[in-house]
Write a new protein. Structure first.
Length: 227
């Protein structure tokens, strides 16, 4: 049975039905103002913009690579592996030395060549070895460094072997994937040698699949460097 007290509760001026909500003039001062303000929005946008430069990555030997040092530079990042069909994308001076000049004339640029070509013009290339795709990076950090140097003449920095997908994804790849999705809007890395290009302001401007060769992105790097 509905009591008069129950009815009076709903007829009281203090009870406001959601569909007929209005702000009584005598209660205006008691309503909180919206939390949104331009100061908060500005701070959030600033944090997003500088996000890339707040990152750090592990180097072999318990050292740390500080991304704050990359400010004002164009950066190419690739997840790498030593036993992949795309491993020749490293293709550095050591491999070229084994071939005749006529044979090398038409060979496309590899990652090492891109690095050598632009490293003195505010360009940095970082490799992130990963064993998540077909177990194609079985070597430890020392073995990876030796393999890349002897077989491909790699001189650009290689980070400590880590995950780029899943629960143990390193912080750099968490950020990269959140900034730029791949085909069909999927964020996960699909295979070895996917590539991300970051401009001089710390924005991810492009992401390429494993099948995109280093030579194919040469022009985009030059564009970002304004060469």
């Amino acid at each position: 049975m509905i009591t008069p007290r129950f009815i009076s509760r709903f007829s009281s001026p203090l009870f406001i039905h959601p569909r007929t909500f209005h702000r009584p003039s005598h209660l205006v001062s008691f309503y909180p103002r919206p939390l949104y303000n331009h100061t908060i929005r500005s701070h959030t946008m600033s944090a997003q913009k500088s996000g890339f430069y707040s990152l750090k990555a592990e180097l072999p030997g318990s050292k740390v690579y500080d991304f704050a040092d990359l400010q004002g530079k164009v950066v190419l990042i690739a997840n790498t592996a030593s036993e992949c069909g795309f491993t020749p994308q490293y293709k550095g001076a050591s491999l070229l030395f084994l071939l005749s000049r006529s044979e090398t004339k038409d060979l496309p640029l590899g990652l090492q060549e891109l690095y050598s070509k632009y490293k003195d013009q505010d360009f940095v290339l970082l490799g992130f070895p990963c064993n998540q795709f077909g177990g194609q990076e079985p070597l430890d950090d020392d073995g990876i460094a030796e393999f890349c140097t002897l077989n491909h003449g790699v001189t650009f920095p290689l980070m400590k072997k880590s995950d780029v997908n899943g629960d143990n994804t390193n912080e750099v790849y968490k950020w990269l994937k959140s900034e730029k999705s791949g085909v069909l809007g999927l964020t996960r890395i699909k295979w070895n040698f996917e590539k991300f290009l970051i401009d001089k302001k710390g924005n991810v401007v492009n992401r390429w699949a494993s099948t995109t060769t280093p030579a194919a992105i040469d022009a985009e790097i030059a564009k970002q460097l304004k060469i």
